[in-house]
Design a protein around this ligand. Structure first.
Ligand SMILES: *[C@@H]1O[C@H](CO)[C@@H](O)[C@H](O)[C@H]1NC(C)=O
Ligand SMILES: *[C@@H]1O[C@H](CO)[C@@H](O)[C@H](O)[C@H]1NC(C)=O
Length: 334
């Protein structure tokens, strides 16, 4: 009886997890991603198409807006990850992982850039409070680029700027933890004066680690059952290590679909399935359906699949590789 109750709980939570969306690119609150449509190895089922818009082909100047109160250790886990995208590290590295993203081109045959430079930071102490809507992100970006303190303000770089709004553990965001862990979009001239691509990702540690920091936390909360596949976070904080994969997910998607008119599957631009959505929950060979796939363990047993700068290790989901026509990462066994 106990046994089957546990089994039932397990089945319940695993299917719950499958139906939660990790990220949305658009204002689409009730869209639920069905992970059972996991496309690993089944390229016949997917219709990823190019819709004639631009990709981020020029070297990217990335600007981080730290919203709320941030632990400096968590910040360096994240900034080292960003630096790892364009820096050498032992194979399989974060830069090796990004190569799949650079295989996407636009109609001028320009590939997504290999160069992502962390070009500036802005610290925002709750300028818009502790509950944010999706639209608040655009005002937060506007605030950061028009700050009266010119030494602190970020440049409004409309040619090759990409803005990342990262909210701390105590900030609630519309649909965060219910339908999304992050999203990407672009600013409207009416709010921010120009159109620039941006992404938001939340720290889920205190709110919903089982959803947004899986597999470092169990979706059911509490102690995970044996064989659940829950693993330790390679940089010591489930919420931050969970953000890394969501940041990677959003950066891959915003680069290949910055204005929601380039690379996505499905015919509905309101609910596009993008290159990282196709590989949600897959971090290694055999992954899918609640199993992360074959990944490595560090000497403390924490899970990772990529190396970064300064000896860092990260666990990052795979993205759809358009040449191999399947989800793929540099840690693949084949
Ligand atoms: C650009 O993308 C094309 C198509 O995927 C690929 O064949 C080529 O190797 C890419 N070039 C670079 C420099 O990544
Ligand atoms: C954008 O950033 C690049 C590189 O730092 C710089 O050369 C360019 O002038 C910037 N453009 C604007 C509009 O700030």
């Amino acid at each position: 009886m106990m046994q089957s109750l546990h089994l039932l709980t397990l089945v319940f939570y695993t299917s719950l997890f499958h139906f939660l969306a990790i990220s949305r690119s658009q204002n689409q609150p009730n869209y639920l991603y069905n992970q059972q449509k996991n496309y690993e190895g089944s390229s016949d089922l997917i219709d990823l198409k190019y819709h004639m818009g631009p990709v981020l082909a020029s070297p990217i100047n990335l600007y981080i807006i730290w919203y709320g109160r941030w632990d400096p250790n968590h910040q360096s886990t994240i900034t080292d990850f960003i630096s790892s995208i364009s820096s050498p590290a032992p194979y399989p590295s974060v830069a090796d992982w990004w190569r799949a993203v650079t295989l996407y081109t636009d109609q001028t045959s320009a590939n997504v850039t290999r160069n992502v430079a962390l070009s500036g930071h802005f610290h925002d102490a709750y300028s818009h409070g502790r509950y944010l809507t999706r639209l608040s992100m655009q005002s937060i970006i506007k605030n950061a680029v028009t700050s009266s303190n010119k030494r602190r303000a970020l440049p409004l770089n409309y040619s090759n700027g990409l803005y990342l709004v990262l909210t701390s553990h105590d900030v609630q965001v519309q649909e965060f933890c219910r339908a999304v862990c992050g999203f990407h979009y672009f600013t409207f001239p009416s709010v921010a004066r120009v159109t620039v691509p941006y992404a938001w990702i939340g720290h889920s540690g205190a709110q919903c680690p089982g959803m947004c920091a899986y597999p470092f936390a169990w979706p059911g909360g509490g102690t995970p059952p044996r064989g659940s596949g829950i693993m330790g976070p390679p940089n010591g904080d489930p919420g931050t290590d969970g953000m890394i994969s969501v940041i990677a997910h959003e950066l891959a998607e915003v680069s290949s679909n910055p204005l929601i008119n380039a690379w996505y599957a499905g015919d509905d631009p309101v609910a596009p399935t993008e290159i990282a959505d196709l590989c949600l929950g897959v971090y290694g060979s055999g992954g899918g359906g609640g199993y992360v796939g074959v990944v490595s363990k560090d000497s403390w047993g924490n899970g990772y699949n990529l190396n970064g700068v300064k000896g860092r290790k990260y666990l990052v989901q795979w993205v759809w590789n358009p040449v191999r026509r399947r989800c793929f990462g540099p840690n693949a066994l084949d």
